[in-house]
Each structure stands twice: as C-alpha cells, then as structure tokens.
Design a protein around this ligand. Structure first.
Ligand code: CLR
Length: 411
C-alpha cells in the first residue's frame, strides 16, 4: 500500500475575492485547550430513562452533558479533510475523483469518535465563520430556523464549493439515541478541464449506543450514495452498524461505479481509521484517506475542533456580532466554568423564548434569515438554502470600519 500525498500543485493562487476575507486569521491555529475535564461522572441512563420517545429539542440536560462546541461548529468539522477535495479537483479521471469525494464524505465521521456530548444549540440567526488561509477555504453557516433547528452552510475555495443544510431529526429509543440528518449536501467541483461538476449526498444516521449498559459510544450507520450528476457515476458506501459486541464497528464498504453500474473501484476501511481504494481491473490499491492522530484532548475533541472556537484579538474586529465565538455560555464551558455556563445558557434561551413569543404576538417584526434564502436548486430541483454572497463583503466593511475607529452596525 502506498499513502497518497497531496500533490504540490494544490498550492494554487487564490482568487483575490476569496483571500480578502481571510483578515483576522493571521495567527497560529489553536489546537489545544488549557482545561481539566473534570465534569461530574453522571450516568447517562439515569438522566435519560424518563425521556424515552423524546427528541433532542425536548430534552433538558445538565450542562455537564454538553461539550464546548455548537452544532454550527460541528458542521464546520466536516472540513477537516478538505485536502481531499483539492486532490479531486486536480484529478483528470472522473471515477478517481469520485473515490476522493467519497473519501471526503466518509471522513466527516471520524471526528464523532468518543464524542458522547451535546453541542450547544444555536440561537436563531447565530452565525459561525471559519477561514483557513493555509488551506484556502472559507466557511459560513447561519441558523436559519429554530423549530426545527436548521443551519445553512456554504464553503468556498478556488476549485470547489460545498453547501447544504444541517437539519436533524432525533429520537431517544431507550436503547439508542438516533440522529437522522435530513438535508442534502452539494459539492461543485471544478475538474482539470475547467468544468464544474455537481455531486450530492445525504448524511447517514449517527447514534449513541450502549446507554443502558453504561458504556455509551457513538456509532454511524447507513447507506450513503454520492452521485456525480454531471457524469451519472455513483459511489455507494455502506456504513455497518456496530452490531452485537461491536464486531462490525466503524466498518465501511463501498464501490465506485460507472453510469451503467459497472463497479470500477472498491472503497473499504473504517471511518475511525482509514479508507483504501482498490482498482478492480488492475488490483492496485492505495490509502486514500487516513484519519489524523487523536492526541488526548478535553471532551475528546479533535485538535481541528478545538481550532474553531478560538477568538484571538486579531479576529474580533472582523466577526459578526452573531458569531458563536461570542456566546458567553459556550465560552464559560470552554474555560471550565460549568455553573456560569449553565446560568448563561438559561438566560440566552429565556431571551430567545420571549422574542419568539413577541413575534407570535406581532409585537416584534418577523425574523428572516440574513445570509441565506430558500431557493429551488437548479439541478436537483429540491428546495435548498442559497447563500446570497453578501456576508463576506459586509465583513470586510465591518472590519475596515472597526480598524479605522468608525462605528459600524452589522445589518
Ligand atoms: C452528525 C453529522 C451531521 C451534523 C450532526 C448533527 C447533530 C450531531 C451529529 C452530527 C453527531 C452526534 C450529535 C448530534 C447532535 C447530538 C449528538 C453530536 C455532527 C450527540 C452525540 C448526542 C449526545 C446526547 C447525550 C449526551 C444525551 O452532518
């Protein structure tokens, strides 16, 4: 087996309009938290057993079951292996591109390992942006609906755009707590001939299992189908449920096939470790994705996840006031101040409730998403949240005004 190195050519020249909004991200990337994870060890089953049949939005849990991330940031975690998309964009063979895109879609699950904790629920209109000048992409997500909770995201780079909605249905069955994502994810990839191709897929089920036995862990299972709408080629991956005694834990078995269903590659491995692509006619195989190391971190966060909530002074002038990084409850949690986190969380949720009531009573203007609008997707014809593109321009104005000592109000 040989491990695939990202080709040097990935170091491309970014378009100026992409670079412009990297302001504030000049500093080093944060990869650790100075925090002793001394949450009280409570039995999950004792807390949950009265909540069978409920969904996550109807459960009130002690804050010690939270982790210092938000659901918006959990979506940003999808970008940890964005290099796979750069590699796909440079690959002249469409089926191999699909291997790499499939590996990217599966890589999104590696960070869920050992993360039995609840991310903070975003407030309506909460946003989260994340830019990586070194990796040349920028990410933006907005909480566009509260009931049901929906986050609309848009990521762009020179060679690809990735967008979709995070909208999950959850239910506690007693034995397991299942989270079923509903939205479609879209990838527009510029291939080496300069043509944009559209790929789509839906996420599989995430589940907390082992609750009754007192050893809760995360499983991910289901069939994932990644379609290249431009060529009709498909990558199908089967994420096996952990199974009795964990025999099939983390297992992924997939194939990449032509538009007339002829398998050309197999893509197999484990979502917590690596994926190997094998070309069927030549029997050659290679590791296409390898999970990053997981050094011990508070809350079992990945170093990448820890980078998301960092708030260096250089970044403050550029951020929207709605950015997750400004949430006091989540910040308190990150600093290990769990009581403060709990009271602040209640305060914010109360405030949101009274606003919602005022809107229902007509004393407060109806709320509309600020950076996304509901549209019909030109290819799939499904409803989707279209990014208006405005966010980065306003951010630029805000940051410049701020540095010039002028007043600026985010619209
Ligand atoms: C899965 C990938 C999706 C986005 C997404 C949304 C909700 C997340 C889920 C992911 C992973 C599992 C998750 C869930 C919300 C709650 C659940 C974090 C990231 C945890 C494990 C539930 C813990 C509940 C107990 C502590 C009670 O694109």
């Amino acid at each position: 087996l040989r491990v695939l190195e990202p080709p040097a050519a990935v170091v491309h020249t970014p378009k100026s309009d992409v670079t412009i909004s990297f302001h504030g991200y000049e500093g080093p990337v944060r990869t650790n938290l100075n925090l002793k994870d001394d949450r009280p060890k409570l039995s999950l089953w004792n807390i949950l057993k009265s909540m069978i049949g409920k969904d996550m939005t109807k459960m009130t849990l002690p804050v010690s079951f939270n982790e210092p991330t938000s659901l918006l940031q959990r979506v940003a975690e999808d970008m940890e292996y964005s290099e796979l998309l750069n590699m796909a964009a440079l690959c002249p063979d469409s089926l191999r591109r699909l291997v790499l895109v499939g590996a990217f879609a599966a890589s999104e699950y590696s960070s869920t390992l050992l993360r039995v904790a609840k991310p903070f629920n975003p407030l309506l209109g909460e946003t989260f942006e994340y830019c990586r000048p070194d990796l040349k992409y920028r990410f933006i997500i907005e909480q566009v609906s509260h009931h049901p909770p929906i986050g609309a995201a848009f990521v762009e780079s020179d060679y690809w755009r990735y967008y979709g909605e995070s909208n999950v249905k959850s239910k506690f069955y007693g034995k397991s707590f299942d989270i079923r994502p509903l939205g479609t994810w879209y990838l527009e990839l510029k291939n080496p001939s300069g043509q944009f191709e559209l790929y789509t897929w839906k996420k599989i089920t995430s589940s907390v299992v082992g609750i009754v036995l007192g050893s809760p862990t995360i499983d991910n299972y289901g069939l994932m189908e990644i379609i290249n709408h431009t060529t009709g080629e498909v990558c199908v991956m089967d994420f096996k449920p952990r199974g009795w005694r964990g025999t099939n834990a983390y297992e992924v078995k997939g194939t990449v096939q032509t538009a007339d269903d002829t398998p050309v590659y197999t893509l197999v491995g484990h979502w917590n470790d690596k994926l190997v692509a094998r070309k069927l006619d030549s029997n050659q195989s290679e590791v296409v994705w390898q999970a990053h190391d997981r050094p011990p971190r508070p809350f079992n966060l990945t170093p990448f996840a820890i980078s998301l909530n960092a708030l260096p002074d250089s970044l403050k002038p550029w951020l929207a006031p709605t950015d997750t990084r400004f949430r006091p409850d989540q910040r308190a949690m990150e600093l290990g101040q769990y009581d403060l986190a709990a009271t602040e969380k209640n305060r914010l949720e109360e405030k949101q409730r009274s606003k919602r009531k005022a809107r229902e009573e007509g004393t407060l203007a109806e709320w509309k998403p600020r950076w996304f609008q509901l549209s019909e997707h030109p290819v799939t014809r499904e409803d989707y949240w279209e990014f208006t593109g405005e966010y980065w321009d306003i951010r630029e104005q805000a940051g410049r005004a701020h540095l010039a000592g002028e007043e600026f109000r985010w619209p």
